[in-house]
Every structure is written in C-alpha cells, then in structure tokens.
Design a protein around this ligand. Sequence first.
Ligand SMILES: Nc1ncnc2c1ncn2[C@@H]1O[C@H](COP(=O)(O)OP(=O)(O)OP(=O)(O)O)[C@@H](O)[C@H]1O
Length: 990
Amino acid sequence: MEAADPQSCGGNPSYGLCVKNGSSERNSLQFDDPIVKNLVDNGRSILGFSMTSPDLVICSASPDNAGISYCDSPELFKKNKNCYNLDSSMELSLENGINGPEVEVYNVHKTPTVKFSNVCQTIEPEEELVSPEASFELHPPPVTKDDESPRDYSLNDDEMLEDGRVSQETESEGSEDEEDIGVEEKFQKLKRDFECQRKELAVTRRELGELKRENHKKSSECQEAFNSLNELQNELMRKSMHVGSLAFAIEGQVKEKSKWFTSLRDLMRRLKIMKMEHMKLLEEAEAYKKYEADISEMGLIIKSKMNEQIELHEDLKSKYVEGAKVQKELYNKVLELRGNIRVFCRCRPLNAEEMKGGASMALDFDSAKDGELTVLSNGSPKKTFKFDAVFGPQVEQADIFEDTVPFATSVLDGYNVCIFAYGQTGTGKTFTMEGTEEARGVNFRTLEKMFDIIKERQKVYRYDISVSVLEVYNEQIRDLLVSGNHPGMSARRLEIRQAGEGMHIPGLVEAHVNNMTEVWEVLQTGSNARAVSSTNANEHSSRSHCIHCVMVKGENLLNGEHTRSKLWLVDLAGSERVAKTEVQGDRLKETQNINRSLSALGDVISALATKSSHIPFRNSKLTHLLQDSLGGDSKTLMFVQISPNENDLGETICSLNFASRVRGIELGPPKKQWDTIELLKHKQMAEKTKQELKLKDFQIKKMEETIHGFESKMKEKDHKNKTLQDKVKELESQLMIERKLARQHVDSKIAEQHQMKHQEEQNNSILRSTSLTNRPLATLKNFNDPAKPLMENILKPYSIPFSTIESSIKCIDHSEKENNPDLADNKSLLPKRASRASMCTMMTPRIPSAATSRRNSLIPLPSLTQFQTPFIPKLSNQEMNEESETTNCSQPLQQGHSESPKEVKSGVKKIGSILRRSIHKKGQVRSPLQHHMRKVGGVNVGMEKVRVSIGSRGKLAQRGVQVGNGSRRGGGAKETQHKNSHKDKERAWI
Ligand SMILES: Nc1ncnc2c1ncn2[C@@H]1O[C@H](COP(=O)(O)OP(=O)(O)OP(=O)(O)O)[C@@H](O)[C@H]1O
C-alpha cells in the first residue's frame, strides 16, 4: 500500500489510498482527509510512528527520524504546505495514541500542533535543580471523551455509489454522442470495476481494522512507556529531593565540622605553644640541673681542697711544733747569752807602722776562748774584761762571722737585729763590718747568709729584701744610695719619723736586692759615697756613722704569716781624742760630732743598763735611729774593736769599759716583728672569704630554691599539658559523637522521608481507589474492559484538577528545600507532592524504580537551564489551570491554541530530549553524568570531598531507600523481571 501522490492523482487536492493489485494495476482510493495521506506516506507517518513497523512511536524529535519529524522540519512543513491546502491544518494527539478513528482532521484555519500531553514542569525556571531529569514531569494525556466516537474515514457504499453515479452521469453527459452499444459495454465494465473496487474497499476496511487494533496495542505500549517515564521522573524527583536534603544536612555537618576543626586548630595551637613552653622549661631545667651538677662538683672540689688544707694544716702544725722546738733551743741559747745584747771584742793586729815603732801588746788573749780579755800594763795584767767572744788579731773574718750567723737567722725569723762596731779610730771597725774584697765583712756575710737561708726556706717562706745605706755625718742623715750625694756636699736632709713599726726615714732609698751581686753593688755604692778622710790615726778614717739598713719582709707560705724586720749594720765613726789626733777645722768638727753621738750612745746604754725610766734616744741622730735595735725587743751584737798597741791602752780600756756596760744591759725578751699590715690584710681576707662563703651558701640556697621553683613550674606545666590533652581528646570524642549523631540523624531523616513517601503513596492509592469507587460504574467497566481502548481506561483518573498539582508545584520551592531540610520535611507540602506522584502510580502497573544512583554532584546540569528558560515560564498558574480545565473538557486538542508553533516546537524538542535523556540514563550506566560532574571541577570539588567523607552515609541512605522499599522486596523477582523488560523496551524505543 502506498500513499497516493496528489499530483499523480490528477492534482486534485483531495487525497486517497492507492492500492496495488497483484496485477500491478494501480487503484487509488482517494480521501479528502490529508491525515490519511500522512498515514500512508512512504510507509511512515509524519506523526512519528511507522505504519509498517510494530515499533510504533518514534518521537518526532528523535534523531532516528529527524528528517521525518512532525512539524519540526521546515522542509516537511513547507512540503506539507505545498502538498496540502495552505489553509488546512491538522492536529493530532499522541496522548490518545495513534488511533485511527480518533484522528480528526480540521480543514480550515487550524495550526498544525501536536500535543503529547500536558507537560507538567514541576520546577520553576528560577529553581536550582539538582537533576534535569528530575526537573520535569510528564503527565498523561488528557482524557478523550468517551462520547466522541472516532471518526470513520471509510467511505460508505452509498457514497461510493453516488460517486459512481456522479461519475456515470458525468461520463454519460460527456458521451451523448457515443454509440449506445459502447455505452452499455462501458457501463458493464464500470460496474465490474465498481464491484472490484467495493471488494478492495472491504479488504482495505479489514486491513484498516487490523491497523486500528495494532494502533491500540501500540498506544497502550506508548502509554505504558509514558507511565513508566512519569514513574521514573517522580522517582528522580524524590531522589533529587533526597539529595537536596542530604546536601543541606551535609552542609550543616560541614559547617559544624569546620567549627570543630577551628576549635580543634585553636586547641592544637595552644597545645603547641604549651609544648614550646614545656620544651623551654625543660631546657631551663636541664640547664639548672647542669648548674646543680657544677655546683655539686664545685662543692666536691672545695671539699677536696678543704681536706688538702686540713692536711696541710696538720702538716704545718707538725712542722710548727718542730720549729717551735728549734726556736726554744735558740731561745735557750739566747738566754744563755744573757739577754739580747751580745758583745764581741776584736782586736786588730799591729799594723806595720806600729810594728816598726816597736809597739808592744797590751792585751792578753790567753783566755780569749772563755771570752775574757786581760789588759796588760807594763806586761802585767791590769784589768780583765769578759765578753761574749773575744777575737784576737789573728782571727779571720769567717771565724768571727760564725758567731754572727744566728743573728742573720733571727732577722729572717722576724726579729730586729742590730750589729754595730764600736771602737777607737783605726781599730778595724770598717774592716770588721765591711771588710775587703778578699776578706768580706759582717755586712756582706750576713746578707749572704740571709740569702742562703732564704734559698733554703724558699718553699715555705717568701722574702723581700731591700737595702738602704745612710750615714750620720755631723748629726745629719745622708742617703748614700742617692746619686749626686758626694761627701761634703749639701744634700737634702732626711729626718727620722716614728712609725708604727718603728723608726722610719721618709725619702730614704730602699734598694731591692735579690742576690749577692746586687747586694755587693749596693754596698759598694754606699761605701763609695761614705765620707772618708785621712787622719793621723787612720789613713782612711771614717768621718761618719755608716748605717746599712736591711729591711726584710717575710711571708710564711704555709700559714700566711708576714713579718717585717730590720737588720741594722752600723759602722760607727771612731772615737778619738782631739789632742792626740790633732785635728783641726772640719776634722775637728767631725770628731766633736762623732764623740758627741758616741757619748749619747753611751748615755743610752747607761740608761738602759740602769733601767732608767728615761732613755735618751733622741740626744743624737745615731741613738734616735738605733732606738728600735737598742730598745729591748731586738737582738744586738756589738763588736768592740780595740787596738793591741800599748800606746792606745787608754782608749782600749775606755772602749772595753763601754762594751762591758753594754754587755751588762739586760734587754727584755726579743719580740717577733709581725707585719701588722699583713695581719690586718689577712684578717680582712679571712672576713672576705667568710662573707664570700656566706654569699656562696646564700647563692646555692637561692639556686636550689629556683631549681625547686622550676621543678614545681614544670610539674604545673605538665599538669596543664595533660589537662589540655585530655580536653582535646574529649573534644575529639565529642566531635566523633556529633558526627555519628549527625549521620544517624541524616539516616533517620532519609528513612523517615522514605517512610513518609511510602505512607503517602499508600494513602494516595487508597484515595485513588476511593475515587475510583466513586466513579461511575460504566467507567470502571470500561477500565476493566480490555476491549475498550486502553487510553480511555488510563486517562480517566487524570481528571483531577490540574490546578491542585500546579499549586503543589508552586508551593514546593526546591531551592528552599535544599537550603532548609525542615521545609523539605514539611508534612503540609508532602501531600501535594504525593498527589502529583500518585497520579502515575495508581493507574499504571507499578514499575519498580531501580535504586537510582546518587549524583556525583549537586550542581544543576547545564541542559536544565536551557530547558527551563523557554519552556517553564510559559506554564503560568492561569495557563496551567486553563490547561487542566481543558484537559477535563471534551476537547483536549484545543489546549495548545494559545501557544505559538515555535514555542510548541521548542517545548516538544526539549521534552523529547529530556525523555530521551532520561530513558537513556535509565537504560544505560550513569557514566555520562559522572563524566559531566567530573568536568564541573572547581565548584564541585568541595562537595565532592564532602561526598567522599560521607560515602558510607550515601550507601546507608541508599540502603535506607532499599529498606524503605522493603515492602517491595516481596515481589523482588517480579520487579527485576519488570525492570528488565522495561529496560528492554526502552532500548527498543531508543
Ligand atoms: N783584723 C785586722 N786584720 C788586718 N788588718 C786590719 C785588721 N783590723 C784593721 N786592719 C787594718 O787597719 C786599718 C784601719 O782599719 P779601719 O779603717 O777599719 O779602722 P777604723 O776603725 O775603721 O778607723 P776609722 O774609725 O778611722 O774609720 C786598715 O788598713 C785595716 O786594713
């Protein structure tokens, strides 16, 4: 069967069916209705389904029949315009399926429109949809009135006869001039043709009936698909709602989580700071521990030193005991010497001149060993003197010094010692004291001995020796070590001052000597500077009293004792008789001064001998200077020098008498000359050390206290750290509990939602059943009557006013729901939503919704906005109400009159694309969406992370959904079968 070409049919605007016979004869059945032409055109309907294929509906916007789509191809439209009457239009409704009798043709002033259904867009244009698939809902087509019987496009026999008659009349009128026989034959032929055509028409009618039935089948399948599509949309809607609520819950959880994280971060920072402080305190504590260890080490060292000192002290004590013994022995010897003044008598030998003059010896030295000296007069003993020692003319310098050594020792022991030589001029005083280079005198030897002893004592004692050399010349003190002081020259006068430690001459040069070389130089310097002149008695007579003052500072290294002692080595000027020496001028003056000072010395000695209360030390410079040595607390050694010449006997006896008086002086026990300054210094040092020890003890106590304080602080810090760590742990545990509670809350919400949905569905089903029961029995009969068209049965329940659905759509603001789960959970809104969903669930066999997988992102797909913008705004409230009303009315095909063809086109396109996409999504894996969501990137990253963190919850939710659908599990096998069949159908459609 082919659609007849209008042009081939004589250019008549009317159309018909051309039937090919087996004899290749082409008979055409012409119809005025262009729809019939469309039905048979190329075996495919421009309505979108094939007349020859059982696959039925191919969506006009389907890419499979893009070139044959209905009304969306301008070419076809143009072609149709060219082919049909320009003014004619048609209007088909797929809502009622492709039902031949239901196809109505309108001739004039009709706009070709196609009404799939009243597409109910549940999502407002401004809404942020979660899923485009969930954003629309296709409602079943409006009800076709039962009383509207489908128009039968078949031609009646009468009409055909009339047509034949008409054609016969026209032919007969046209063939008046033809022959009668031919007419009869033609008539018969035409009659036969007519009969054939009638038969063919009957066949065609049967075929048309078959086509109708097939059409019914296809329409029922289409309705099923439509219902399943609605079901899927509703499921998608529910899922999107669920996803929105989940997203809101997640957002809340994320916010709470961020708060917890910030608090946790703060706590961690505090903990870090506390840890840093703890580390610092630990370091300080370690440092203090080190200090403590150092202090303990110091204490140990001090203790060891103390022990050493104690040992040394003990050693010194023992040594001191030994020294004390020696000292006692020496003291006993001194006592044996009758006091502290020892007098040695030395007689010089006769000089060559005296020997020439035949001088005789006036002294007897036979008992000299016993310290006795006998003065002879004319060969007979005149007087005997007893001295500590008597040295004859042949006694050498060294022998004399042997008895002098103890005085040197006494000086280093801290005693003041005075060794002086007294005697007549020229008797050898200078020789005894100074000596010569070959025969050193007492001065040199004493100092030498002293240095020897110092060397011996250097490990125990430390000495400082300085030497001053001065002379008393004409009652003036002269410093012989000052350069430029020449004899006879006026020099700066030195005065004697009384100091704490004795007599002191300010400005006197003190030459420090460390060895005998230096001593010799000093002695030579002084000797050279001494005033010496030649007299009758002595070629080199000393005209002054020469005094060597050796100052000794000793320090006992063991006990720290300091001593300051003096050794006076005095070479007195020789007494002489003026008449005898016959001196004049300066020599006389010098002699007078010398004798005066010697007389003063004699007076002092006499006073000391008689223990006079007044000792005239100040009568002369000499006695004043030797006050310490003669005073009693020093040791004195006097060499009384005598001449053996009988001519000098008088002077000898005077000298011996003087010496005898000196020897008779009983001086008190010598006193050790302690260095009081050093003693004071040591006392101060001892006090200082005591104070330092006290301070150190105080510091040690303070350090111990600080260490104790730090330890207590450390303990406090440790306690604080522990408490903080416990707090952190508590907070973490609280956070975990909160997370668990939030998860449980979300899961419970999801479960509640599912339960609510389930209940609502049940309620709605009950309501629908009640509404069905309230319906007329005829309708129910029709519904249950399989002979009736399925669309009639299906579309009946959709008589619910659409305004309620629309209002429910309006009321549900998805954006608000997503941001406010309470709103989403609002029970007042749920029935509206449920009423919309129930329209699909009640009347169609329930297609179990497969557990739709969660979307990978919550952001809307780009296609949604494209879809919403042109289409959704058109569905205003009024329009929707109108549409719902018109849906209820008997003319469903007139609903789209208010819409322009372009809008309808775009709407149809979008609906088709959405349907295709949703079916494609249902039939295929959701990978495209996932792929798309992965591409979304930046915005979705945060939520993606959150999703990862709540993945288990998502699973739980999915489980919850499955649990919520537990009632469906009973028919699980059936459902799966149904699913598979449904999917197979979808694939077949695609
Ligand atoms: N024991 C002695 N052995 C040898 N020579 C001596 C001895 N004593 C004195 N002489 C000599 O006698 C001389 C005079 O001696 P010295 O100058 O020492 O006497 P003096 O007492 O100091 O006289 P003055 O009082 O005038 O100074 C010197 O030449 C000295 O060498």
